[in-house]
Design a protein around this ligand. Structure first.
Ligand code: SAM
Length: 759
């Protein structure tokens, strides 16, 4: 039975009223936001809300938009506490898809009817939605058993998405995004935890007081508090208070900072030390900066940077309030900071992000943040993290953190840094949190990502956060093999052979290809192989061997690390230093292997062009020397066959010794076995003197070949038929002259000879 006309009219009336109330509330909210705007001198603290604010910053930067997100500041001008957390309510006042403004009578009538039929009064029935959600969760938990209506899993998931959107008031993008990270049951827990208020937390400023003293004073003022957690000695959690926590005399005197528990972690991971040079790349309003300074004991130099000049006001205020005097506040785009600040011992990048880990503190993101925002932030974060690494010294540390739970803004960014810079992930000494993801959808991240930490609101009862600690192993960009190849080929394609320098530096590091930073198209190729001859098999063997050794070393290291945890502090430190050195060496070794690998792939094209360059040089040299050589030619020709014989003889001597036993065997065997046709033929071809049972057949063949070749070359030369041969021959003779002979080994020193040749 449908509703009567009277009932419908009543329903419409009710809707109209609700709409008016809603509009009134909205306009009140806007007024409030304007009042709260930082520009008007409201909050100068903001340390706890800093993470809520950060999510728009990346965009603002791109769009030149400023500070529209400061409405979440915690205190007003007089230090009155503004309730930071929205009241918990899963009942939306206004659904995201409501089009309440332009509805006409017909629409409203239909809507009223629909709502009436559903038993709703202006809003979806939460109880019914809840029930439906639970039903689907039940079906999905044991899909084969529980699904009886022949529907696909996907269609249930789609229905569930709709219910989640309505029940928890998220937009579709976000529900779908979270569904890629959590299974449906976990997702419900995540959504639920975002509806919970968590106790306010503060951090004691140990530059001015001690936690115990602070706690006593606050208790006297009527604050109900407790220590925050086992992993911090400076944190306190406030259950309730008779006084505004952001306006006590202790607060104004800088004895503490309002700061979320999760926000402690990046600084703990950074582990700042006194007298160091540290950079906080995205610092405003200074929650973490002031903690870093405190751990540095107000010594050394701390650069606190933020791209937003306005937010820097709050940063400066906090730095002054907390009595910090080792801090320089700068106002740069973090992406360009690497051109200004270098060689820092440690860098913190508490990156601007979507804030999708702190929804409980800023429920507005449920409706406002979309996938495109995640992608935009991820892009900015990638640029910032590379810059942060570039500001750090070799051997220094970079901590990357966000207050988002999305993989795109976290693991994906760190994985990108691992691929593009010489860094590795290290343990952070943080007990709390879950391992970072190494798999996400079709992506596979570096296994090291396990060392990063995810703090999840539904698991750890803290704001969602992500922390990663990187150690910088080497300066400069890590150029991927493919990039090296591409760059090199680009240079080659431009026929820019002038820029390809083939230097024989006589290093033992074999082929080494290096793209020099900042010199586009200039590639330095160092090689000690003769004329770029690449012995594929040998090199592959070497690479495989090194990889094996690396793997073994890694395993040993992790075993050692476990042992080290039990060692006393001093011993640990010394051990760490040795490990750092070892790791550095290993990295350099790996780099050269990677580069070797890259070069290996350079293929024929590169070889040809490199040869071209070499030939060009040789031509020039030859032209100058040609006259000279022609004069000396007769002399050299006479020396040449002797030199060739000498060389062959040396080789044979060496070989003879090595093969003596096997030769003996071979000869015996040959003598015993009936000769086959081929052998017979060879035997017939052999000159008399080679019918020596001590020599192998190969040797004999080689000798004949050498002699034949030598004779041919002499003929060619004497007849002066071939100019090319002429040059080669002269060069060959010259080398023979220069080749020192190692009497002991009975060998010419090939390595030196190569050097002479290339030089
Ligand atoms: C998460 S907040 C920082 C919170 C701060 N670390 C703290 O603990 O109080 C992110 C900050 O990044 C800043 N930011 C955004 N884009 C930036 C950029 N390109 N360079 C430097 N800072 C940037 C924002 O202005 C914002 O203050």
């Amino acid at each position: 039975m449908g509703p009567t006309k009277k009932e419908l009219k009543k329903q419409m009336e009710l809707l109209r009223k609700q709409q008016e109330e809603q509009e009134q509330e909205d306009s009140d909210e806007i007024d409030q936001e304007e009042e709260d705007d930082f520009e008007e001198g409201d909050d100068l603290d903001g340390q706890d809300i800093e993470d809520e604010e950060e999510h728009d910053d990346g965009e603002d930067l791109e769009e030149g938009d400023d500070d529209e997100d400061d409405e979440d500041e915690e205190l007003d001008e007089d230090g009155e506490e503004i309730p930071k957390l929205q009241p918990n309510s899963k009942l939306p006042r206004k659904l995201p898809n409501d089009k309440s403004d332009d509805e006409d009578e017909g629409d409203m009538e239909a809507k009223a009817k629909e709502q009436y039929m559903m038993g709703l009064k202006g809003q979806p029935d939460q109880a019914i939605l809840n029930m439906k959600i639970n039903d689907i969760l039940h079906i999905l938990s044991k899909f084969k058993e529980n699904s009886k209506d022949g529907r696909s899993r996907q269609s249930y998931l789609e229905e569930l998405t709709e219910y989640f959107m309505q029940y928890y008031n998220y937009n579709r993008d976000l529900v779908q995004l979270f569904m890629t990270m959590f299974n449906p049951n976990e997702l419900v827990q995540f959504f639920e935890s975002n509806e919970q208020q968590r106790p306010l937390t503060i951090r004691t400023n140990t530059l001015k007081t001690r936690r115990k003293e602070l706690a006593q004073i606050l208790i006297q003022r009527g604050v109900n508090l407790d220590s925050l957690a086992e992993w911090t000695k400076v944190g306190l959690k406030i259950y309730d208070s008779k006084v505004p926590i952001g306006a006590t005399p202790e607060y104004l005197a800088g004895h503490y900072m309002l700061q979320s528990a999760s926000s402690f972690l990046p600084v703990i991971a950074l582990a700042p030390q006194p007298n160091e040079k540290i950079l906080d790349m995205a610092a405003a309003p200074g929650g973490k900066t002031t903690y870093i300074a405190q751990l540095m004991k107000n010594t050394g130099v701390l650069f606190a940077n933020d791209v937003k000049a306005d937010r820097n006001k709050a940063l400066i205020f906090n730095v002054q309030r907390m009595g910090i005097n080792n801090c320089i506040v700068t106002n740069y785009d973090g992406r360009k900071l690497n051109k200004v600040i270098h060689n820092c011992d440690r860098v913190l990048l508490d990156a601007p992000c979507t804030g999708l880990g702190i929804i409980a503190r800023d429920p507005s993101v449920k409706a406002t943040k979309q996938l495109i925002d995640v992608q935009k932030h991820a892009h900015l974060q990638r640029e910032l993290i590379l810059s942060a690494i570039d500001c750090c010294k070799k051997g220094g540390y970079v901590v990357y953190s966000t207050c988002s739970v999305t993989v795109q803004e976290n693991e994906s960014v760190v994985d990108y840094a691992l691929k593009n810079r010489f860094v590795k992930l290290v343990d952070m000494g943080i007990e709390v949190g879950e391992e970072g993801y190494t798999k996400y959808q079709d992506k596979r991240f570096d296994p090291q990502l396990k060392k990063t930490r995810r703090i999840l609101p539904h698991v750890h009862n803290m704001d969602g956060f992500y922390v990663a600690k990187l150690k910088k192993l080497e300066n400069g960009p890590r150029v991927t093999k493919q990039e090296v190849v591409n760059d090199h080929l680009d240079a080659m394609e431009n026929e820019d052979v002038e820029n390809v320098n083939i230097n024989n530096k006589n290093k033992k590091s074999d082929h080494k290809l290096k793209v020099q930073k900042g010199q586009q198209g200039v590639i330095e190729v160092t090689a000690n192989g003769e004329d770029y001859d690449w012995n594929e098999e040998k090199e592959q063997e070497k690479i495989e061997k090194t990889e094996e050794t690396d793997q073994k070393e890694n395993e040993e290291q992790s075993k050692q690390a476990k042992k080290d945890q039990k060692k006393p502090k001093g011993e640990k430190k010394a051990q760490n230093e040795t490990q750092v050195k070892k790791q550095d060496n290993k990295q350099v070794k790996k780099e050269s292997n990677d580069q070797a690998n890259g070069e290996k792939k350079l293929s024929k094209k590169e070889k040809k062009l490199a040869q071209k360059a070499q030939e060009k040089k040789e031509k020039q040299n030859n032209q100058v020397k040609q006259q000279d050589e022609e004069e000396n030619v007769e002399e050299e020709v006479e020396e040449k066959p002797a030199a060739a014989k000498e060389q062959k003889q040396d080789k044979k001597n060496g070989q003879k010794k090595q093969n003596q036993k096997s030769e003996q065997k071979n000869t015996e065997q040959v003598a015993k076995q009936p000769l086959n046709k081929q052998q017979e033929k060879k035997e017939q071809q052999k000159p008399q003197k080679n019918n020596n049972a001590q020599k192998t057949e190969n040797e004999v063949e080689e000798e004949v070949e050498v002699e034949e070749k030598a004779e041919k070359k002499v003929k060619d030369f004497k007849g002066k038929n071939n100019n090319q041969n002429n040059k080669k021959f002269n060069k060959f003779n010259k080398h023979q002259k220069n080749r020192p002979f190692n009497k002991q080994q009975g060998k010419h020193q090939f390595q030196k000879n190569k050097k002479v040749k290339t030089e």
